[in-house]
Design a protein around this ligand. Structure first.
Ligand SMILES: *Cc1c(COP(=O)(O)O)cnc(C)c1O
Length: 370
């Protein structure tokens, strides 16, 4: 049987040709392809937002925090369940991440958890749209407005996700996307910020490229610190081809996810993910209470591996990493994030998969839980 990974990028002749064209053009770093992809992403997202590309979503998140002058003494509210970049970018600025727990099925935070974590030092909230499942944003926007807090959405996993029928990223506040190979579309490495604030867009252009801006005479100015976070045209060319395929990719992901729901067993030891219209199905993550089955995590991984199926694990709870234990966090602080961290498995889900592949995965679960 062929090996079934938990994800795999879908690339074809369009991407290969686009890369070759850039390589032969004489201009291979940030240039016309970046500008074109920024325009196309802005149109795709809608809502009149502007988009700026970065070398990664991690860099993009950092740049927004730097632009917002978030630093030492400030607190940023982050879900305890996410990829560790979400909290690391806060630490990088000198500010303190303040974790909150999440829901077991959506794996997202909610406004109630955020409200109880707000202090006099809170400056920003970073909702993470886990696995492409949209966070319930309306009460969070309301809460943020009433406390004058920045909402910076980590939508690394949510390009193409819709909330209340509108694209994530189209609501005006800064939203970060990732184009890492595992995500729903890729530029190899790469990320983007969507924002409706022209002032922020200008700041981001400078922060991503050495702090450089230009005056009316075209002279080079450096008024504030900037780094090196620009995306090359080679990568943007891949993104231009991928963006055209994104809705097709996401439709296929949805069909496969719906097929998983039909084929997986209903069993108290197996927690299936939440679904909602607009979910972009970046990942299909379950919790499996393998201890109640007298098994270990390794046993489960080995059982699937014996059938040539590789599962992922997204993610360990962030507050239990050594870096965050240093802030005083420990086991027991966020029981749901900990349960997910202990019991999570990511099932194979990518556009090139077939329903036969889903059947292969479901058959192992059905045998395990029979
Ligand atoms: C992938 C990911 C990131 C980081 O994206 P990069 O482009 O790899 O920097 C940040 N947050 C979440 C939730 C992610 O899944």
């Amino acid at each position: 049987m062929n090996m079934l990974p938990f994800t795999r990028p879908t690339l074809g002749e369009e991407e290969y040709g686009a890369v070759q064209e850039v390589l032969q053009s004489g201009w291979i770093t940030s240039g016309p392809r970046v500008v074109e992809l920024e325009k196309n992403l802005a149109v795709y997202i809608g809502g009149g937002v502007d988009v700026r590309l970065f070398s990664s979503a991690t860099a993009a998140l950092e740049a927004v925090l730097i632009a917002g002058k978030i630093g030492p003494g400030d607190e940023v509210i982050v879900p305890a369940m996410s990829f560790v970049a979400s909290a690391n970018v806060v630490v990088r600025t000198g500010a303190t991440p303040v974790f909150v727990d999440v829901d077991i099925k959506s794996r997202n935070l909610d406004a109630q958890a955020i409200r109880s974590a707000i202090t006099g030092k809170t400056r920003a909230i970073m909702p993470v749209h886990f696995a492409g499942m949209p966070v319930e944003m309306a009460p969070i926007y309301e809460l943020a407005a009433s406390h004058d807090l920045l909402v910076l959405e980590d939508a690394a996993q949510a390009i193409g996700t819709c909330y209340q029928g509108r694209q994530i990223g189209s609501f005006g506040n800064p939203v970060s996307f990732s184009f890492h190979p595992n995500k729903n579309m890729t530029t190899i490495e790469g990320g983007a910020i969507a924002s409706a604030d022209p002032q922020l867009i200008k700041q981001l252009e400078s922060i991503r490229f050495h702090g450089i801006s230009r005056n009316d005479k075209g002279e080079m100015l450096v008024e504030a610190w900037g780094g090196k976070m620009n995306l090359p045209d080679v990568n943007a060319a891949i993104g231009l081809a991928q963006l055209k395929k994104l809705d097709g990719f996401n439709a296929k992901r949805r069909r496969l996810a719906e097929y998983y729901f039909r084929q997986l067993p209903s069993h108290p030891a197996l927690v299936l993910p939440a679904d909602t219209p607009g979910h972009s199905w970046h990942m299909f993550c379950v919790c499996l209470d393998f201890e109640s089955m007298g098994m270990t995590r390794e046993d489960i991984l080995e059982t699937f591996k014996a059938q040539d199926i590789m599962l992922g694990m997204h993610y360990p709870a962030m507050h239990l990493f050594g870096l965050y234990r240093q802030l005083g966090y420990g086991r027991g602080d966020f029981p749901v994030a900990e349960q997910i961290g202990d019991q999570t498995f990511t099932l194979p889900l990518f556009p090139a998969m077939t329903t036969d592949d889903v059947d292969r995965v479901a058959a192992v679960f059905n045998a395990l839980l029979a």
